[in-house]
Design a protein around this ligand. Sequence first.
Ligand SMILES: Nc1nc2c(ncn2[C@@H]2O[C@H](COP(=O)(O)OP(=O)(O)O)[C@@H](O)[C@H]2O)c(=O)[nH]1
Ligand SMILES: [Mg+2]
Length: 249
Amino acid sequence: MGAPSHAVLVILPTYNEFGTLPGVVAQLLRAVPEAQVLVVDDGSPDGTGALADRLAAADRRVTVLHRPGKGGLGTAYIAGFRFALAEGYRMVVEMDADGSHLAEELPLLIDAARRVGGAAIGARWVAGGRIVGWPRHRRWISRTGTRVARIALRSGLHDLTSGFRAIDASWLARLDLGALDSQGYGFQVESAWELERLGCPIVEVPITFVERVGGRSKMTCGIVFEALWNVLRRGWRLRFGRPQGPSAP
Ligand SMILES: Nc1nc2c(ncn2[C@@H]2O[C@H](COP(=O)(O)OP(=O)(O)O)[C@@H](O)[C@H]2O)c(=O)[nH]1
Ligand SMILES: [Mg+2]
């Protein structure tokens, strides 16, 4: 039983998002009524998984993938991507479950990805992009992180860590998901860069990112360090390593 050929799957990774998940699901389904939603919950101690099951029981467009423990944002998305590809979805969306990504901007992302036949990344660090309510240190980490990654990886993108994206599934299918090794947010950098290297057309759409309306960030120093380490490692390989990569035979 595959998805219809135009179908959109919005993946929402959750870890302790009890307070925000219902509003995010309702708003995104209002903005894109034809979308299906996959909540990927990592056994949240606050009961987000059970709440997601109730949302799924009330609306056939919602499905829940339960994982036994906190496995990181990257592995949650990889599980979601595998689900999307197995079910035959055409467009796959990444979105946070904490209210930071505005549902009303979702149609713009999907349209942009369709227009270019590739991916659209909701970008903060481009003209027209905005961040509301983030403390100075979070802005600094995001801005510096994306700059370091851009230089290290010789990327043309301006917001490599953004987690608000729409990706044509035909490009996802070409990604070597097993080669994405960041468990945490470094996954966003790696996956964007791998798509870029594959030749996937990528458009950056300015978004307004709003600090989460409830709950707590899962960002840790370990996650930042892992992302930095993986970026530098890949940058090194790019310059000094033997030719390799997803496009190599
Ligand atoms: N399934 C799953 N989701 C996660 C994990 N870590 C973070 N998330 C979710 O990923 C999204 C972004 O995380 P968040 O803590 O808001 O990051 P921030 O916006 O950078 O502070 C939220 O929806 C989180 O619930 C994880 O280990 N597993
Ligand atoms: Mg957040």
